[in-house]
Design a protein around this ligand. Structure first.
Ligand SMILES: [Zn+2]
Length: 499
């Protein structure tokens, strides 16, 4: 009979955890403590020697709950399919950086406490801490409470609830299905062709189009968008040369989902992607990435990028060997080479690491302008984020200067995949987590620079631009096609920000 307690207690524990999380809004230190107590109660009040239960309990109950607690401490949300996406599409370098960024006494204390109490409970499991009669009474009490109160609430209260092990397993299965679907899509897409791709200009001038995809940049932290600190001095100085769109939001705040929307027609790879489009439009395509990839097929973005004529994933070479990552300016030397390429029509995608966590790793020491208050970790973190924006401003200015020198029919389009919630307020998670979805995670910059030749060739088109157009990035592929002055049966002018 007692075996059932090993099943019921984790249910009750998870339920308590969720309730505390919802009531308090934040994951307080008391919630895990309550969980640990609850998890160890079966060991304290039961002494039946059901060793098989003991063996099953550790991997199926105790470990998954520990993983979930750590996930909540790190990301302020429970483990989900997105977590597996991040785990399997993150290489060792990124994972280590993440842990370094989040290393905290809270995490360490939780680990020691959780496993300390767990191991002690396991060791003393065979010795009863209670008199037999008391034990029976406690069992009856818990049985009634569980079945008549906790279990029904759990069943009807939240359909998303899953048993801890089940939660991990289902999230993993879902992730594998996504992965398999990507591979199948790639196979199915073999031979895919867009219909009637045409260029709307016939000047014969060399075309050099550059799309810079930023990372985790919230426009509210850019002085060009009105932030009170001077985080974009270069952009401010060249403001008259820029077109700054004010109302652009990302459709998702998870990188993979956001980029799938940006790089594919109708947010679906099966309907064609941006690289295939430009390949078929007769452009020479380039993909330069400072983003992590654990293999060209492990991430949809890397898979799309790898279809470019020339691709370079610069962080891959440092995989497993180096803790510190490349700063984005490492990409500039490759860009310089590409700009000398003799192809007449070039489109270059630069995928920056931008302001990805940990912020302090995204810029060089001479960009450490904002400091934050010492002994105030949150304000230091915000300052580091601002430094990463300052650094990105420098990168973008460098890209524009390099393209400007060519005197081609050229533009540089910059936007971020999604935003980031990073303020000094206590409820700011300092991250981008889809399950939280705060406005700051979606408010992104969208800025265009174009050359004088581009302006001359496309004057009427530019005159139609409305910088206050409310726009979501799940249609952004149409905007990239439009600004490149191309059209096809798949393209919809209505879905373009420039339309
Ligand atoms: Zn991202």
């Amino acid at each position: 009979m007692s075996a059932i307690w090993y099943i019921i207690f984790p249910f009750a524990t998870e339920f308590i955890m969720k309730m505390l999380y919802r009531l308090l809004g934040i994951w307080s230190i008391w919630s895990p403590l309550a969980m640990i107590t609850s998890l160890t109660i079966p060991f304290l009040i039961l002494n039946e020697k059901i060793r098989i239960v003991k063996i099953i309990y550790l991997p199926l109950v105790y470990l998954p709950i520990y993983i979930n607690i750590i996930h909540i401490l790190l990301f302020n949300s429970e483990i989900s399919t997105n977590s597996f996406m991040s785990i399997f599409e993150t290489n060792l370098q990124e994972a280590t950086e993440f842990i370094v960024h989040f290393r905290s006494m809270k995490l360490l204390m939780m680990t020691l406490l959780f496993w300390g109490v767990g191991i002690v409970s396991f060791l003393f499991h065979d010795q009863s801490f209670c008199d037999y009669k008391i034990r029976i009474r406690i069992q009856k009490k818990y049985l009634i409470t569980s079945f008549f109160i906790i279990y029904p609430i759990f069943c009807f209260g939240d359909h998303r609830y899953k048993y801890p092990f089940e939660k991990l397993l289902f999230a993993y299965i879902e992730y594998r299905q996504d992965f398999k679907r990507n591979i199948e899509l790639l196979n199915k897409r073999a031979g895919f062709r867009f219909k009637n791709i045409k260029s709307l200009v016939s000047s014969g001038e060399p075309q050099t189009y550059v799309i810079v995809i930023g990372e985790s940049v919230n426009k509210e932290h850019m002085s060009i968008y009105g932030y009170n600190l001077n985080t974009t001095p270069n952009f401010n100085a060249m403001k008259s040369e820029l077109t700054i769109f004010q109302e652009v939001r990302s459709a998702h705040c998870h990188t993979q989902k956001a980029l799938k929307g940006i790089l594919c027609f109708d947010e679906d790879f099966a309907n064609g992607d941006i690289i295939t489009f430009f390949n078929q439009a007769g452009f020479k395509t380039f993909w330069l990435s400072n983003q992590y990839t654990s293999g060209n097929c492990d991430s949809l973005t890397a898979m799309i990028g790898s279809m470019a004529d020339v691709k370079k994933f610069i962080n891959k070479s440092h995989y497993r060997t180096k803790l510190s990552s490349n700063c984005d300016e490492e990409l500039l030397k490759y860009l310089q080479e590409i700009l000398q390429d003799e192809a007449k029509r070039k489109i270059i995608f630069l995928h920056l690491m931008g302001s990805h966590l940990p912020y302090s790793r995204r810029y060089l020491p001479n960009f450490e302008v904002f400091k934050g208050r010492s002994k105030d970790a949150r304000s230091v973190n915000v300052a580091q984020y601002n430094n990463s924006i300052l650094y990105t401003d420098y990168i973008l200015k460098s890209v524009i200067d390099m393209v400007k020198k060519l005197d081609d029919d050229a533009f540089v389009l910059y936007f971020s995949d999604h935003g980031e919630d990073v303020t000094e307020a206590q409820d700011s998670p300092h991250s981008h987590v889809e399950s939280l979805s705060t406005p700051a995670m979606f408010d992104i910059p969208f800025i265009v620079w174009y050359s004088s030749k581009y302006k001359k060739i496309n004057k009427k088109f530019i005159d139609r631009w409305n910088v206050n157009k409310v726009y979501k990035t799940n249609d952004l592929i149409h905007s990239i096609v439009a600004i490149s002055r191309l059209t096809s049966d798949e393209f919809s002018e209505k879905k373009s920000i420039f339309g």
